[in-house]
Ligand binder design. Structure first.
Ligand code: GLN
Length: 305
């Protein structure tokens, strides 16, 4: 298996050339655009890795399906989906456009920034510190990694430059959709996006979704079955933003990407997949990472369709 993975990495490394690392969060510039790594964890906890699998990077938008799961378990799906829609937006992840043109003025889905900011605003807790602790402990449980922490440089870098996200949050507040303090919500959102992980952490979170929310190591339920189903469905319809349709055809694995270069894939009843390749295409998805996912899906016949 590791031979196959190594081959897929070798075959697809060249695609990094055609993309670029994210620069709108200045700290992300420091990534090495040619890094490419993969980890697969199957339902029996077999772990297979190849390429730059020890590199740490920030989770960014791959955090969105995970906080969505926590928010639905906190407040129930009726409340959550009265504030965020269930449809693909067809627009880039950081688009603000439809927030003004659609009525009611709620974000199209929880995978785009506006939707994810709303979701973060609905995480329960006494104060921001308590909310962050709840988020961190949920990510730690799902990844089986007690040592997860926030990359302070990336967090500060996004906090200093994240005015577009701030604009969205203020718009949502102005519309009465977002009810919490904007600065606090964004602080929490930027921290959530700055959690530092490896492909193994992503694969572990992915396999716990593949098992419908039951921790494959402890047998404990971490996510309600229905919630895990909702999350995976969003990963199919909106996980790769306005490239989700093409990705569903070419790869067919529920996945979520982030501008840090990560992709988390989950193949129901089979495995979790983590991929890292910080060179991004124009839609903000990992350039070589998508090719790697496509290679694995074809070689191992993993499309769910
Ligand atoms: N933190 C990033 C942002 O809000 C996440 C975006 C992404 O990974 N697509 O812009």
């Amino acid at each position: 298996m590791e031979k196959i993975l190594q081959q897929i990495i070798d075959d697809n490394k060249k695609y990094a050339e055609y993309g670029n690392v994210a620069t709108y969060i200045p700290e992300l510039r420091k990534a090495n655009k040619n890094d490419l790594g993969i980890c697969i964890v199957d339902m029996n906890n077999n772990i297979y890795e190849a390429g730059n699998c020890d590199k740490k990077f920030t989770i960014q938008s791959v955090s969105k399906p995970i906080t969505l799961a926590l928010a639905i378990m906190d407040s129930g799906k009726d409340k959550i989906f009265s504030k965020v829609g269930m449809e693909p937006s067809g627009d880039p992840f950081n688009s603000i456009m439809k927030l003004e043109t659609s009525k009611p003025s709620i974000p199209y889905n929880p995978m785009i920034n506006a939707g994810a900011i709303m979701i973060t605003s609905m995480i329960k807790g006494k104060n921001n510190e308590d909310k962050l602790n709840r988020i961190m402990s949920f990510f730690k449980k799902l990844s089986g990694n007690e040592n997860l922490s926030i990359n302070e440089e990336v967090y500060m870098s996004e906090k200093l430059t994240g005015d577009r996200n701030r604009a969205m949050a203020y718009l949502l507040k102005g519309e009465g959709v977002l009810t919490e303090n904007v600065d606090e919500v964004l602080d929490l959102y930027f921290k959530q996006c700055s959690i530092e992980i490896t492909v193994r952490d992503l694969a572990r979170m992915g396999v716990n979704l593949a098992s419908h929310g039951v921790d494959i190591l402890t047998g404990k339920r971490l996510i309600d079955e229905e919630v895990s189903k909702i999350v995976k469905t969003f990963m199919v319809t909106c996980g790769m933003y306005d490239a989700s349709g093409e990705y569903a055809i070419n790869v067919g694995i529920p996945s979520k990407s982030g501008v840090g270069g990560g992709i988390m894939g989950t193949v129901p009843n089979k495995m979790g997949i983590g991929v890292y390749g910080p060179s991004l295409d124009e839609k903000g998805n990992s350039m070589a990472g998508i090719k790697v996912m496509q290679g694995i899906s074809q070689q191992m016949n993993l499309s769910i369709f």
